[in-house]
Ligand binder design. Sequence first.
Ligand SMILES: Cc1ncc(COP(=O)(O)O)c(C=O)c1O
Length: 395
Amino acid sequence: MNLAQRVKSLKSSPTIALNSRVQQLSKEGHDIVNLTVGEPDFATPLAIVERAIAALQQGRTKYGPAGGGLALRQAVSSKLLQENRLAYAPEEIVAGCGAKEILCHLFLALVNPGDEILLPAPYWVSYEDQIKLAEGRPQIIPPEVDRANHLLLTPAMLERFATPRTVGLVLCSPNNPAGSVLSPESLLELGAYLTSKNWWIISDEIYEYFSFETPHRSLLELYPELRSRFILVNGLSKSFAMTGWRVGYAAGPAAVIGAVKTLQSHSSTCLPPFIEAAAEWALSQGAELMRVEIAAMKAKRDLVVELAQQLPDIEFFSPQGAFYLFMDLRPLLAKSEQYANGSSLAWCEALLDQQKVAVVPGEAFGTPGYLRISYACSPEKIREGFRRLALFIKA
Ligand SMILES: Cc1ncc(COP(=O)(O)O)c(C=O)c1O
């Protein structure tokens, strides 16, 4: 079959494929410890659900405006002011079906064929394919850590991969999959460097509520002079455990926001209005609504650190946010004949086959030789997963 060139280089999301395999094994009766999940393990707060039900009963069941209704964009505007100290008018805000759709439309709006986008690894899997879909070229920046295993992003690292064709940079802090958070010092350093460049800065802040050591700060708050090139992307999936509701948004220059809205008007059309009603209310409550859940996630972060420290030959990035632990398997792989080619994919497949523990191999994030563990599950599951992981490493 003659498929279009543009889809031939795309791969389907490896995390979604892995999840299907895990579900299949579970259906067959295997006792799987699934540490692949990219969504909070707690339920959407009931009060949010009730807002959607009430809106359905009031008949908000027809098309809504492309780009999000005014009330929702006003709710985002108030949230950005109160929680992020950023002033955006509703005309500078677009809401759509998940941050994923917003990002896809953003790359389509900003990237011309052959344009390069700097993408620090490890990176969330969809950025790479979305940039390719826009016929751009992702320039992947390999990871570097400091002595305390904090993942770094420095001007020197960007400078090494920047070319005259560079048009943008993707930032993701707190980071999926690394669990890292850019410190205020590194944001200041990066901001100073970026003011001298004419690049788009796409700042994915979807894990902002899961920043465990320091409150989340957007680079734009520290460097307001970047505003004309800065696009902040966020959504309700992670912060309010609303992954299935599909609510994402972006704030940025009105021309960019307008282009995203036009693209949406020709694809998904709009967010369902009854979902908007629930999202407005969630945004008006803010992080306070999720205080208990966020504290529980932090306690699980502490647990995985304690357990990971007991594993032999395993290093991991210092996890300060999101809900992931990113392990460096390379010292372990180097010691084994079977995996000496550095394939964490083969290692993770064997872990699933032999110990029935599912994790995501680093290949999915541009970093073979690593793996991602999601700790968005019960402490019992986490303990059992690490018990089996230790057995597998020993074997
Ligand atoms: C870093 C990052 N950005 C964006 C998204 C997309 O989120 P959603 O489309 O559910 O809003 C995800 C989801 O896993 C993510 O991890």
